[in-house]
Ligand binder design. Sequence first.
Ligand code: SAH
Length: 354
Amino acid sequence: MSALLPLLEARIAAEGPMSVAEYMTWCLLHPQHGYYTTRDPLGAKGDFTTAPEISQMFGELLGLALAQSWVDQGRPKRVILAELGPGRGTLMADALRAMRAVPELIAAAELHLVEASPALRAEQAKRLGGFAPRWHDSLADLPEGPLFLLANEFFDVLPVRQFLRDGEGWRERVVGWHEGQLSFGLTDIAPQAALEHRLADTEQGDMVEICAPAEALVQEVGRRIATHGGAALVIDYGTWGSLGDTLQAVRSHERTAPLDTPGEADLTAHVDFGALAQAAAPAAHAPLTAQGVFLERLGITERARALAARLQGAALESHIAAHRRLTHPGEMGSLFKVLALHAPHSPPPPGLDT
Ligand code: SAH
């Protein structure tokens, strides 16, 4: 049985039902029993596989895209190179290897990692130790300076609150305890100042999600980029604007019900890129672009061919499958999208200009 379940039961008994956001935070980051706190969930033997774990090409191309932005912005001498939720550190290791083509950038870069999980910090140290990374609990702790930032499948784990439209007000979806188990419920109708603008584009019974921590974080990223220069590449699944219940749980590469195994499944929600782009102002943003389109524009096919020349047999087959998985619209190519933030008055990172 989930070790978190009796703790959640006690919390709900004491204080009443909790928001979906609070439930996500308990499940993902509880200090003893949280999903990310206690494990490395990535890869074939884990619960899910992310783009950098599928192929080195992903991190290489993202690294080169940031390097081009650095060149476009006049090669600043001191750069904060940062990643949010770096997982095993694979993405940044691949990005840094590709950036060796630009030694001046490697010399200028200080590596900063924002990571909540002790288990994953240890994995990151294995792959990135040579670059003397500094770890932080929060982006706010990073030094000020030109910021070049990566975040892949990070924003989807940040906790969302869910609201159901009812008349001119909203009921919040909450997690309570009913007949010996966790169960979803709804609060009474109340107006929601943060959702006032959604009365125009939703109907009775529609659900919308708000991710306040994501907006606060991107606001800070945007402020730094607008003040000091820099660029950010945010890659995730989601859409422009939020509509519908997108809370999902994944365990052993299978969907499960979000309330079934608290702390033992990854819990995520789709990212509302529109809300992020708005929060990032006065930093500029490029048009939201499908991951497959972005990687093709950056030359993934040429890179795939070059790597293929050294492979054969099963290794070649799996390399070809990885290229397809990252780019094909039926796989990750369309579901995953790239939002780039960049300094006003400088071009967007390559692959994202229209
Ligand atoms: N970017 C990696 C890992 C994605 S999984 C990849 O693409 O493979 C999500 C990552 O975010 C994990 O490293 C997890 O520990 C981290 N994380 C989750 N919630 C966090 C929070 N509130 N603050 C910082 N890191 C967090």
